[in-house]
Design a protein around this ligand. Structure first.
Ligand SMILES: [Zn+2]
Length: 489
């Protein structure tokens, strides 16, 4: 009887359930992230156009997609949002029947009000339903902070190997391919890791430049070593005042018999990173906004992108700080663009005034009233999104004040690609100065920007993290404790 049942198991189509709650939660921000801010996909919509879904299809795996929720980086996630998502996932899991695997599509820096570690709670409750035999694989943004409490419940994991991110799709493919291979081969994977006590912003841990470039490029080679499946370096997320905020190296072994090799590689990579900690600095010139405006004059004829880094909406800041607009007007800069300032009220003011009209606006400073305040300007309305778009969250107005154009946006997002400018009727390269609410430039802009400068503005994503009011991060941590001694063990 045992033999017959074994044969049936071998021939049966593998079944995998998928889920995801992706968020980068800035614990310093005063603006909580609400359920309505999540883009939620369910059922077959989850799989549309996803390369990772094709991996399952090709392998003949039956996929049960549940809830995949994803929101723009922001403040801590409201408790009800997480609990509703979690309940829906667990309810689906309980109804799913026999499963061989679970794929978790995560960011890794989720933090929820009222929870010490919501990601660990989620995966533990999943384990409580499915037991320990179902393989769980996860893909992550390298800016995640997955804790030891989370990792003890997962079997396979991998993270982006590029920042700015260029490999999201292939990372997810890798996580799914590992899961398929592990299900088919009967591997019992083991994850070895080292937590490195370094807090570093993404802008100082870019993978395309030294010192991290030559370490990240080693990851595919490590993953190909005998008995190993994958290797990841998490730069972590430093704008989360949590004990789990740190850099990490993870190495996944096929089986416990390769755990020593995995551990040795994790230690080796961690040591390389630790030894380079003092070289993790910004890769472009930086300074106060006034200094960066002055510096832009050095680059004659060239468009200069300036990041308003303290109000970086891709790292969770509110995006309505007007300090850079104020500085441009104060310095009487002409031919500059600010993309953009979040202010639905001011946007409505522009719509009410109408195209080509002058309007008096009390702009920004409504959400971030810690580092910013509203700026009163007289402006001319130069552009309004056409009607179908204006009704969506992507509605914008472009106004001009004394040679400075400002894009006023309805809801929190960033101008990360060329299309964001196109939608507002703009070509960034037409301007002398383009201000973006980013830290590093995202790939499309990085590739076209003739010059990039980082303004060290104040805000919830302050790049000088030594000034942040940390209370809960692990101490000692570099650079808060600059002289600390550490050995990866
Ligand atoms: Zn990221």
């Amino acid at each position: 009887m045992f033999f017959v049942s074994e044969c049936k198991t071998e021939q049966r189509q593998k079944r995998v359930l998928t889920l995801g709650i992706s968020h980068e939660s800035n614990t310093f921000s005063v603006l909580p992230t609400k359920e309505s801010e999540f883009n939620v996909l369910r059922g077959s919509d989850v799989l549309k156009g996803q390369l990772w879904a094709d991996v399952f299809k090709k392998a003949g795996v039956e996929v049960i997609p549940t809830l995949h929720a994803d929101a723009w980086p922001g403040g801590v996630v409201e408790r009800a949002a997480f609990e509703n998502f979690k309940k829906e996932i667990l309810d689906s899991l309980k109804k799913a029947g026999h499963l061989d695997g679970i794929y978790m599509d995560m960011h890794g820096a989720l933090h929820v009000e009222g929870y010490d570690d919501a990601q660990a709670t989620l995966i533990k409750e999943i384990r409580d339903v499915v037991g320990n035999d179902v393989l769980i694989s996860g893909s992550f943004d390298l800016h995640g902070n997955p804790s030891p409490d989370f990792v003890k419940y997962i079997n396979l994991m991998t993270a982006y190997r590029t920042a700015p991110h260029r490999d999201a799709a292939e990372t997810k493919v890798r996580a799914v391919q590992m899961l398929v291979d592990a299900m088919n081969s009967g591997w019992k994977p083991d994850i070895q890791y080292v937590v490195i006590p370094i807090l570093v912003p993404g802008e100082k841990s870019i993978t395309e430049v030294k010192p991290l470039h030559h370490i990240y490029v080693q990851l595919p080679g490590v993953a190909k070593m005998e008995g190993l499946l994958d290797a990841s370096i998490f730069a972590g997320y430093c704008w989360a005042d949590l004990p789990r905020s740190a850099m990490r190296v993870f190495v996944v072994a096929k089986d416990k018999k390769y755990s020593t090799e995995a551990k040795n590689e994790a230690i080796r990579l961690a040591k390389l990173i630790w030894d380079k900690r003092k070289e993790m600095v910004l890769d472009v010139p930086s300074g106060s906004i006034d200094e960066m405006i002055k510096k832009s004059e050095e680059y004659k004829e060239k468009t200069v992108f300036i990041s308003d880094s303290g109000d970086n909406t891709t790292a969770g800041a509110p995006g309505d700080n007007t300090q850079v607009l104020d500085a441009l007007l104060r310095n009487k800069v002409k031919n500059a663009l600010i993309a953009g300032i979040v202010d639905p009220e001011a946007l409505k003011g522009c719509i009410d005034a109408g195209y080509g009209k002058n309007v008096r606006l009390k702009l920004g400073g409504k959400v971030d009233n810690v580092f910013g305040k509203p700026l009163e300007i007289n402006a001319k309305v130069l552009f309004l999104s056409p009607d179908p778009i204006m009704k969506t969250d992507r509605g914008v107005a472009v106004v001009e004040t004394n040679g400075v154009k400002t894009v006023i946006i309805k809801s929190r997002r960033s101008f990360v690609g060329i299309n964001d400018f196109k939608e507002a009727g703009l070509n960034p390269l037409d301007f002398k100065i383009v201000v973006v609410k980013l830290g590093y430039l995202f790939p499309e802009l990085r590739d076209i920007a003739p010059v990039h400068l980082i303004a060290l503005t104040s805000g919830f994503c302050n790049l000088d993290i030594r000034t942040l009011p940390y209370k809960n991060v692990h101490r000692p941590s570099y650079p808060l404790d600059p002289d600390m001694v550490w050995e990866p063990l």
